[in-house]
Write a protein that binds this ligand. Structure first.
Ligand SMILES: C[S@@+](CC[C@H](N)C(=O)[O-])C[C@H]1O[C@@H](n2cnc3c(N)ncnc32)[C@H](O)[C@@H]1O
Length: 263
């Protein structure tokens, strides 16, 4: 990683994932699998190759593997790699159908060596690289003809996104910044969110996440870039894809999700 991307403050994602894995239950894995199948629009991935860029905890890679894909997972953060490798050991020890490595979404030589995949999946990652559009472009190049490209990128909320950027900078200054930003935002990110979700009967988060680790990831996640849905669609379609599905978060903070197919 070079230039501005290398100089950006970086959040320790892997540390958060290690804590998250301690509470990973079979129910959470089932929930992650259900939301994966729903967004993908398919129940199985037998015989397909899946690339998980920025695998984090490894939960999505695990889901892809359970659905029958041959999975290649990589992440930039060694602790995230260790988390994914831990899930690989727990559920697929010795199975060559799931490989885990350290690598960067911004390293063209590394990516080129991986070859082409039927499904390139990168959920909540490319906006944390420090060079989002370059990372999106490089990821599209790994999709085989007719293959699927599935990404989730932070929603651009204008000045609100700039506010969150300042919050993240403060969170990453040290213990005091972390404590202050958590105390300031937990009433909304934990309290209000939990109350609203409970009232709607969906207290458990989609994708097997939980509110506490989701909050830490959100408050700390740096580098941080955002994108408007129309821009994502325009750019990716210009690289030879057609959008099949999208799940937008509207005016709220969080990720917009897109599933494209390579022409
Ligand atoms: C918010 S987490 C998302 C993890 C996982 N995809 C998920 O959906 O739970 C972002 C991940 O992107 C990884 N990441 C950040 N920059 C990266 C890069 N240049 N190459 C690969 N992974 C990167 C982080 O280490 C972290 O594990």
């Amino acid at each position: 990683m070079t230039g501005a991307a290398a100089r950006e403050v970086r959040f320790g994602f892997g540390d958060n994932w290690q804590r998250f894995l301690r509470g990973l239950t079979p129910e959470r894995i089932e929930r992650a699998e259900a939301s994966f199948r729903q967004m993908l629009g398919r129940d199985r991935l037998d015989g397909e190759r899946m690339l998980d860029i920025g695998s984090g905890s490894g939960l999505s890679s695990l889901v892809g593997w359970r659905l029958g894909a041959a999975v290649h997972s990589f992440d930039f953060d060694p602790l995230s790699v260790a988390c994914t490798a831990e899930l690989q050991r727990r559920f697929a020890a010795g199975d060559p159908r799931w490989r885990v490595e350290q690598g960067s979404a911004l390293d063209p030589a590394y990516l080129a060596r991986l070859g082409a995949f039927d499904l390139v999946y990168s959920w909540g990652v490319l906006h944390h690289t420090g060079a989002m559009w370059r990372a999106v472009e490089l990821a599209t190049q790994r999709v085989a003809p007719g293959g699927t490209f599935w990404i989730a990128l932070y929603n651009d909320q204008g000045w609100i996104s700039r506010y969150w950027h300042a919050v993240k900078r403060c969170y990453n200054t040290g213990i005091a910044g972390r404590a202050a930003m958590t105390a300031l935002h937990a009433p909304y990110l934990l309290g209000v969110r939990a109350a609203v979700r409970a009232a709607q009967g969906r207290l458990e988060l989609e994708r097997g996440m939980d509110l506490w680790h989701d909050m830490r990831d959100w408050l700390g996640g740096m580098p941080f870039e955002v994108a408007r849905p129309a821009e994502v669609t325009a750019r990716v379609e210009a690289w030879g894809f057609r959008k099949e599905r999208e799940l937008l978060c509207g005016t709220r903070h969080g990720c917009n999700e897109f599933v494209f197919r390579r022409a």
